[in-house]
Design a binder for this molecule. Structure first.
Ligand code: VGL
Ligand code: ZN
Length: 209
């Protein structure tokens, strides 16, 4: 199945970019490192540039946990401590070209409830509606947790969703979780779009000037 490329879409009013949890703790070397998580950055930077150039809004969600979060192992949860509010691990990846107008959405701030979706316990839906967003382009980390749940909640709230398939990476606690998560988003109605440079270059190398 051919995948659309962001550069070929005529982005405009109603389109918004949602960058999910591209934070140091989810990158190689971080406390909950997503394998190859750093590989989303180049594709997301391209997407950010496109949205900024078209004057369309960019949202960035972040996992923003208190130190005693119930999802941490110390409290019987599945995860090592990660993205603790105000720590370097919770900072956005330094290579991510977020601009000053980016709307930051913090989630997972309730110590008694984990939140994978950027919509859960946040005002993301209101903020998207405030900018008349109708179609969300979603990429980031991790495919099988926060991207999956953010896409699901967006579709449930009647946003159209394109998943930036080359700008997501999975934790893959069980092998294949990421692939299954992407399949699921498509069954729910998401569209697959590419944002990065690679696939098209393989198909049609641009002539040298
Ligand atoms: C995430 C596990 C725990 C994510 C957040 O951002 O996908 N995964 N907390
Ligand atoms: Zn978390």
């Amino acid at each position: 199945m051919p995948v659309l490329h962001l550069q070929d879409l005529n982005l405009g009013a109603g389109d918004a970019l949602v960058v999910v949890d591209v934070q140091n703790d989810f990158l190689p070397g971080g406390s909950l490192a997503v394998p190859h998580g750093d590989e989303v950055i180049a594709a997301l930077n391209r997407a950010i540039d496109v949205f900024v150039a078209r004057g369309q809004p960019v949202f960035a969600t972040r996992d923003w946990h208190p130190p005693n979060q119930c999802s941490f192992r110390a409290r019987g949860g599945p995860w090592p401590p990660h993205c603790v509010q105000g720590t370097p691990g919770a900072s956005f990846a330094p290579g991510l070209r977020l601009q000053s107008g980016t709307q930051v959405v913090s989630k997972g701030t309730d110590p008694e409830r984990d939140a994978y979706s950027g919509f859960q316990g946040t005002d993301l839906a209101d903020r998207l509606r405030a900018v008349s967003a109708k179609h969300l382009f979603v990429g980031g980390l991790a495919t099988d947790y926060c991207v999956l749940n953010t896409v699901k909640d967006a579709l449930d709230r009647d946003f159209a969703v394109s998943v930036l398939v080359d700008a997501v990476r999975a934790v893959d606690v069980n092998p294949g979780d990421g692939v299954r998560a992407l399949d699921e988003t498509r069954r729910w109605g998401a569209i697959f779009v590419e944002a990065g440079p690679h696939a098209r270059r393989l198909l049609s190398p641009s002539p040298q000037p």
